[in-house]
Design a protein around this ligand. Structure first.
Ligand code: SF4
Length: 471
């Protein structure tokens, strides 16, 4: 079985990206984000190959690896029309208590099959809107996590997604009592006209208030999510949004390109009907502007959509070659087995992925019948594992050393991936990738197109369906 540890030979951070708009125009096509390989839309409903119970048993046997826990809290009070998450829209707060009852049962069902002496190094509450849950419900969840997973490592990173519109100071206190010290705030855009066009009205004072409360209650790292490519945005207006957010002094920013997939998310059809989406050139201008503005403000381009302060642990991990990638994006955590709880959540062990039922009813029914509520999954073949290693090496270190890859993967890298290296030639000619006898690396011009470069090694990526454009 292949090690999932990434190469540590990359000791130098990539130089600051010198972005070439022409190359982005030429190569920006829909592609996977590589939070997993294969990407989640490739998972199969045929669970026999995954053999869920066996996967859990085998994961216990690799007991050296730590645990990463993800809890999906799916409720939102209203739908943001751009949203691509798995959510349940409701104003009935009673839903939270009912959901939590089932979630606790799922945690117990799964935890009883796990070796819980393994240290927990990461905990993440995602959504939906975790603070849809009243503070006391969050405290209850915190107690269950504590009881079921008592071996929390001292450096455990406990993070939570925050919607500043649905936050009270008591929520922050409850989250802090649970052990959370990291928050990721959904802001997206600070302009009222854009906010109305996306059905998400969020006065900037709420963002400031969230920062103040989180700071007062010991949160040491705050990330802000922004989206470019939304209706009515312009390069100038998005630049103002970035300025407004920088004034809050976040530690990290995620600047995502809006993913327009109305065939999967029907609420997005309203954007087509209104004709307010910016065109590809404006999208590109916003991407370039964000990059210029954030790097000028001292943020390091971590890769894809992520930026972090120079002294942030993500920036240090990039520098040290210890960056990882999981379903939350880039991470500093050493390779851990991921256990997801709640509807639609994804779990990952060394050679399997498993996704829970995406429908609330199906997920509830399955748990109440005493089953692990898995709907789809994938067992990685040896070849999948090789390709995952290569893709994650590119995504996280932006380079490949041929000898190191050959030693790790148990094949002669250049022979095994001859076809892929040939497909890379045009990208080398265009200066996105540079190569010598020892290996190849992604150039600063290629950094914004990491997904395109990684896709060269993706055996499963056959069509554009379901993926968002790279820029
Ligand atoms: S609050 Fe977040 S998860 Fe909920 S609909 Fe809006 S963007 Fe989606």
């Amino acid at each position: 079985m292949l090690s999932t540890a990434l190469p540590v030979s990359a000791r130098e951070p990539p130089s600051a990206a010198i972005i070439n708009p022409e190359l982005i125009r030429k190569y920006s096509v829909p592609g996977p984000r590589y939070t997993s390989y294969p990407s989640a839309n490739h998972f199969s409903p045929d669970l026999e190959p995954v053999a869920v119970e066996r996967a859990l048993r085998e994961d216990n046997e690799t007991s050296a690896s730590p645990l990463s826990l993800y809890f999906h809290l799916p409720f939102c009070e209203s739908r943001c029309w751009f949203c691509g998450c798995n959510t349940v829209i409701t104003r009935r707060k009673a839903e939270a208590a009912d959901y939590l009852d089932v979630l606790v049962k799922e945690i117990e069902l799964t935890a009883s099959r796990m070796d819980r002496r393994r240290p927990v190094t990461q905990i993440h509450l995602g959504g939906g809107t975790p603070t849809f849950f009243p503070p006391d419900q969050l405290r209850r969840l915190g107690e269950v996590i504590e009881v079921q997973f008592p071996n929390r490592s001292e450096s455990c990173e406990f993070s939570v997604e925050i919607d500043p519109r649905r936050l009270t100071e008591d929520h922050v206190v409850a989250l802090s009592e649970m052990g959370a010290t990291r928050a990721s705030l959904g802001v997206q855009d600070t302009h009222p006209s854009v906010q109305l066009a996306i059905h998400r009205f969020q006065p900037h004072a709420l963002n400031q208030q969230a920062f103040d409360w989180l700071g007062d209650h010991g949160f040491s790292s705050i990330n802000v999510d922004l989206i470019y490519g939304l209706p009515l945005q312009t390069e100038a207006s998005f630049s103002q949004t970035i300025d407004a957010v920088l004034a809050l002094e976040p530690d990290r920013l995620s600047v995502f390109g809006y993913a327009h997939i109305p065939w999967i998310k029907p609420a997005q059809k309203i954007f087509d009907a209104r004709g307010q989406l910016p065109g590809p050139e404006t999208r590109l201008a916003m991407f370039l502007q964000a990059h210029r503005q954030l790097t000028a403000a001292g943020f390091v381009d971590i890769g894809l959509d992520h930026f972090a302060r120079l002294d942030d642990t993500l920036a240090l991990a990039l520098k040290n070659g210890t960056l990882h990638r999981n379903f939350q994006g880039y991470s500093t955590g050493a390779e851990a087995s991921l256990y997801g709880f709640g509807m639609s959540s994804i779990s990952a062990t060394r050679d399997t992925y498993r996704q829970n039922h995406k429908g609330l009813d199906e997920w509830c029914k399955s748990v109440m019948m005493g089953q692990l509520p898995v709907e789809r999954g994938w067992r990685l073949t040896e070849e999948d594992q090789r390709r995952r290693w290569v893709i994650m090496a590119l995504m996280c270190t932006r380079r490949l050393n041929f000898q190191e890859a050959s030693d790790t993967l148990g094949v002669n890298f250049k022979n095994h991936f001859r076809a892929e290296l040939e497909r890379a030639l045009p990208l080398m000619d265009d200066g996105l990738i540079a190569a010598n006898r020892e290996g190849l690396y992604v150039t600063s011009a290629g950094s914004p197109l990491l997904r395109v470069i990684a896709a060269l090694f993706d055996e499963h990526f056959r069509s554009a369906g379901g993926h968002s454009k790279v820029i």
